[in-house]
Design a protein around this ligand. Sequence first.
Ligand SMILES: Nc1ncnc2c1ncn2[C@@H]1O[C@H](COP(=O)(O)OP(=O)(O)O)[C@@H](O)[C@H]1O
Ligand SMILES: [Mg+2]
Length: 200
Amino acid sequence: MIEVNAMTGAKRVKKTLPLHRGLEEVKNLKALNGIRGIPSLMDYQVGDGIMHLFLQYAEGVSLDRCQQPFDDLFKEGLRILSAVHDRHILHRDICPRHLIVDETGSLTFIDFGSATCQEAQDSIVGTIAYAAPEALFEPAKYNETSDIFAYVKTFYRCYENRLKSFKPDQLNVLSKALALNQADRYETAEDLNSAFNRCL
Ligand SMILES: Nc1ncnc2c1ncn2[C@@H]1O[C@H](COP(=O)(O)OP(=O)(O)O)[C@@H](O)[C@H]1O
Ligand SMILES: [Mg+2]
């Protein structure tokens, strides 16, 4: 729910969650504090078995509705994803509605409600259409390459009509990130970014 401050007009997002999920999201957002492209946690309140989170509002539209050119946006997102992974957080639910793009082409990753520190997990999370195979069949093997898979799949789908203008080298780089086998993918978002830059 979006709240507007009557005095200043400033917007913030109020998100209400069961307490255990709220605690998890607060922990993740605190670990990510200060990364450009991640909403900051402005406040939180604990109620009876629930938690209210107040987040910085990301202005813009979800990736599937944005008109920005691919290259800079894709690289900007890889910069953010790399910073998230550097802090040992996996997003676990990257999909078009969780990538917000404003009119200047700035990207924000939202919803760190499924994210968690990099210990093995046994529950299935994520949005099936974008999830790597291991996210569905072997969730304990979910790692950085699985987040990168979902990120690339998300962009691939949102830019499907425009892929004709991509160079074959660029498409090869995207395909490698979408390999079914984790071992065949780029290991880090930074590696993918470097490979993508080499074919620009
Ligand atoms: N920081 C934010 N800025 C702008 N919109 C947001 C923000 N956080 C959430 N939203 C909007 O609210 C929706 C639900 O929030 P989300 O964090 O995905 O919660 P959940 O999926 O757990 O309900 C998002 O899809 C988005 O439209
Ligand atoms: Mg969500």
